[in-house]
Design a protein around this ligand. Structure first.
Ligand code: CMC
Length: 453
């Protein structure tokens, strides 16, 4: 099992014993350390492999991203989002017949239950669209009781038909939920899906059709968005995909797993960085202000949003493709002046010693926000667009994990709390010892200082 006799030689100087730990595919088995009474401390799982996966591959030093062995550049150039989804989930590109069946099955699952529409309508007029989508995904579990492991038992997913049905449903319905959340926000009636269109065209149709009988979305914009979905479809064990795997390990149904993954994506450090990059460009305001901004970044007063990556220590290949897509989108929608600031910011940063030394390059979020803005999407909708693309990746990991069952995730902690102590009765507790809770007080509405209550 080890890499041709490669071992890590460890001497435990508490006991003087030497241990040979086999190295397998650049990893060592952490459970061996349990036998030595040790666990690995890895705050935030920065260097812990929690599964073996064949879905996507990243070489951060060389700026390579591959799905199932195919370069992201090739897929973005030649493929469609649904084709790539098939590749990610089932391991290879579909034949013509397989693709046709796959697309038909997914487009048949774009409709959502009328009660789900009522549920979505019950949100406040200004509800964040990502809050609506994550809640709706969780609620969807209750609309498909035959797919609920809580009701039917985990064995239902030993049946491949059952697995595939939930994949069709989720890839089909996520854009519909997203479109309903968008229409809710702008105070327009929801559009039913139209299966005469392809996947991404139908999404734009649901977003934009008003009363036109023959509304046809712009095919070039639909293609640009389809490629953006490809770029966002998978990125190995990012935070939301790790959440997907963690939820899957509990045996809960895929609707709830997806709600968990989407909730992780909702976080500003994950799905929201493109919004931060866009706000930064707006704040810089003009090309003349860039040098001053760069000085602030170098003085650590600011971060250059959309730059740097935990894994990529060279140009993020997705950012390169997005830069090209931006030209196409501007040709249709008009040039967004923020692009000039972005291009100049990139040029200055890439020739500055501070950024060169730290291997800081544009990441996927640097250009995606400007493109979304040029397409007319509101900023709080950006993570929803990310979510549509990433749904395929999450489902690919769900599918893979069902085939190689992993025990329920249970990371360890390193306890650093109080030593055992005797219970203190209420009368004997001192204010100095008991933590004070910071609170506005119940009378905040009356604008009274909290301690006058
Ligand atoms: N602007 C300025 N300096 C930076 C930046 C940045 N964007 N990113 C890293 N640095 C500096 C950092 O201050 C540190 O400097 P020093 O060595 O002097 O202390 C050095 O570079 C290494 O930084 P780090 O924090 O150890 O790098 P990391 O790999 O932990 O951080 C990151 C990665 C993405 C959190 C960070 O680059 C960042 O905050 N970027 C801006 C936010 C952003 O664009 N996020 C989206 C990431 S891509 C999302 C996706 O793939 O889905």
């Amino acid at each position: 099992m080890s890499d041709e006799g490669h071992f890590l030689e460890v001497v435990d100087n508490r006991t003087g014993k030497k241990h040979l730990i086999p190295i397998t595919e650049d990893t060592i088995d952490a459970s061996i350390f349990a036998q030595l009474g040790l666990s690995i401390y890895d705050n935030g799982y920065l260097n812990t492999a929690v599964c073996r996966s064949a879905i996507s591959y990243i070489d951060g030093d060389k700026g390579i991203l591959r799905y199932r062995g195919y370069d992201i550049e090739d897929l973005a150039e030649n493929s469609t989002f649904l084709e790539v989804s098939y590749l990610l989930i089932f391991g290879d590109l579909p034949t013509r017949d397989q693709l046709q069946t796959w697309e038909t099955r997914i487009m048949r699952h774009t409709f959502i239950h009328e009660n789900m529409i009522d549920y979505l309508k019950s949100f406040r007029y200004d509800a964040h669209p990502m809050g609506m989508v994550t809640s709706a995904l969780s609620a969807m579990s209750t609309f498909h009781p035959e797919a609920s492991t809580a009701l039917q038992g985990e064995h239902i997913y030993e049946n491949e038909t059952m697995v595939n049905k939930q994949i069709f449903r989720l890839i089909g319905k996520v854009p519909t939920l997203a479109a309903c959340a968008y229409r809710h926000r702008i105070g327009r009636a929801y559009n039913s899906p139209s299966n005469e269109f392809g996947y991404t065209e139908n999404f734009l149709y649901m977003l934009d059709r008003l009363s036109e009988n023959n509304y046809v979305p712009n095919p070039r914009l639909a293609r640009a968005l389809d490629v953006i979905f490809i770029l966002h479809a998978d990125h190995e064990l990012n935070c939301s995909t790790a959440a997907m795997r963690q939820m899957t390990s509990t045996g809960v149904d895929p609707f709830v797993c997806l709600a968990g993954a989407a909730s992780a994506l909702y976080g500003p450090s994950h799905g929201g960085a493109n919004e931060a990059a866009l706000k930064m460009l707006e704040e810089i305001g003009s090309v003349e202000n860039i040098p001053g901004f760069i000085e602030d970044v170098k003085a650590k007063k600011r971060r250059l949003m959309g730059f740097g990556h935990r894994v990529y220590k060279s140009y993020d290949p997705r950012a390169k493709i997005l830069k090209k897509i931006s030209d196409e989108v501007f040709e249709i929608m008009g040039r967004n002046p923020l692009i000039d600031i972005a291009v100049e910011l990139e040029r200055i940063a890439l020739s500055d010693e501070y950024f060169i030394k730290r291997n800081l390059y544009p990441n996927v979020d640097f250009y995606s926000g400007i493109i979304y803005k040029a397409m007319g999407f509101p900023t709080d909708f950006f993570p929803v667009l990310f979510c549509i693309g990433r749904t395929s990746g999450w489902l690919a990991h769900w599918h893979e994990q069902l085939q190689q069952p992993i025990p329920i995730f249970r990371p360890k902690q390193s306890y650093e709390g109080a030593e055992p102590r005797a219970y203190v009765n209420l009368a004997d507790r001192s204010a100095a010892q008991s933590p004070k809770i910071v609170d506005q007080g119940v009378n905040a509405r009356k604008n009274l200082p909290p301690d006058t209550e």
